[in-house]
Ligand binder design. Structure first.
Ligand code: ADP
Ligand code: MG
Length: 344
């Protein structure tokens, strides 16, 4: 009898010890391990997307996983917004020109902002330039200076005011014969989405760079602002200006980015929807704005608006700054940027 009671006591004691070890182990996994994992790590990755090299550097918990997922999200969005990808939403809108087409929230957001910037710039920014862009060979690779007749025919299909956007029904309709091209804004929007994704993952410091469309989270790990170089349009291998960035974006449009030479002239990819020809007054436009989507569309629009009207727009818009280089190499730096930009 005494023996039985003794062995029961031992069994109870053993059970208690096992339980204790269990609790300690659980505690280790619940409280200690996350602490170890919570240490900030640095991650960097590059992928070729949107016809350019896309680079993300991030600091924070699980940075490596989040950077990979952010790039994955960018790839997914390119497949939605590029008109050159056969199954994209934009390709579907173009293939069904004249009819209503259902669209995702992303496409809706991009078209909506693009139309707004069209209004803001009196049509200098116009996402219905698709036929014109193709006529010059941008996107297809068969570059040539078109005839006056060809330009007139393409221009007849260009007018962003004819794009009907049904926001509640989430659908869009473009006129038959018109071709939508989000090339002047989609990259910026995609950069913004990568940034938002990283912020949701509580990444506190990051820089997303898609071939010059740049957006940052926070500051550099040393606490100083991120610094972004702006290329010299006459020699893109050189940096002419350095702009400090903190929780905002910078985007540059230049005549040196995509162009071909014919008859001794440079013909580039930023087209004036009023004339059908590449915009002539500027060599490069850099825009600092809250979002890269705004910056992207505005850099294209200011490029088209030219020296006078472009500067006027930049000064008028709150939270928007810029650097313009004229075709005569004159440089203008907006008032809000003059003090912080470093000229090299
Ligand atoms: P990149 O794509 O090289 O960064 P931009 O952001 O300046 O350059 O956009 C240029 C692209 O935008 C062109 O390749 C074309 O697809 C489209 N585009 C050209 N002209 C206009 C315009 N006036 N308005 C809107 N989009 C345009
Ligand atoms: Mg642009």
């Amino acid at each position: 009898m005494g023996d039985k009671a003794g062995s029961r006591r031992w069994r109870v004691a053993l059970a208690a010890v096992v339980l204790l070890i269990g609790v300690a182990a659980a505690g280790y996994f619940v409280f200690y391990l996350p602490h170890v994992r919570a240490q900030d790590t640095q991650a960097q990755a590059t992928r070729f997307l949107m016809d350019t090299s896309v680079d993300i550097s991030a600091y924070g918990r699980d940075a490596e996983t989040h950077v990979k997922r952010a790039l994955g999200e960018m790839e997914r969005l390119e497949e939605v917004l590029s008109r050159h990808i056969v199954e994209s939403e934009v390709a579907r809108i173009n293939a069904n020109a004249g009819d209503w087409v259902s669209i995702s929230d992303d496409t809706l957001a991009v078209i909506s902002l693009a139309l707004q910037i069209g209004d803001m710039t009196e049509g200098a920014f116009d996402i219905t330039v698709g036929n014109l862009v193709s006529l010059w060979g941008f996107g297809t690779g068969s570059y040539k200076v078109p005839s006056e007749e060809e330009i007139a025919a393409a221009l007849a299909t260009v007018d962003y005011r004819k794009v009907e956007l049904d926001k509640t029904g989430k659908r869009v309709r473009i006129p038959a014969g018109t071709v939508l091209d989000l090339g002047g804004i989609a990259k910026g929007y995609i950069v913004d989405q990568a940034r938002s994704y990283l912020m949701k993952q509580r990444i506190q410091r990051a820089i997303v760079n898609a071939g010059g469309d740049i957006s940052v989270i926070g500051s550099r790990p040393d606490g100083n602002p991120w610094r972004v170089g702006v290329q010299n349009p006459n020699d893109p291998s050189q940096i002419s200006w350095v702009i400090p960035l903190q929780n905002n974006s910078v985007v540059t449009s230049g005549d040196y980015q995509r162009f071909f030479i014919q008859d001794g002239q440079r013909w580039h990819h930023i087209l004036d929807p009023r004339t059908g020809y590449p915009a002539r007054e500027l060599k490069s436009v850099t825009i600092v704005a809250q979002t890269a989507a705004e910056g992207d569309a505005l850099s294209t629009a200011v490029f088209v608006l030219g020296w006078e009207k472009g500067r006027e727009l930049v000064e008028r818009l709150p939270g928007v700054e810029g650097i313009l280089v004229g075709s005569d190499n004159q440089v203008w730096i907006s008032s809000g940027l003059a003090e912080s930009v470093v000229t090299l």
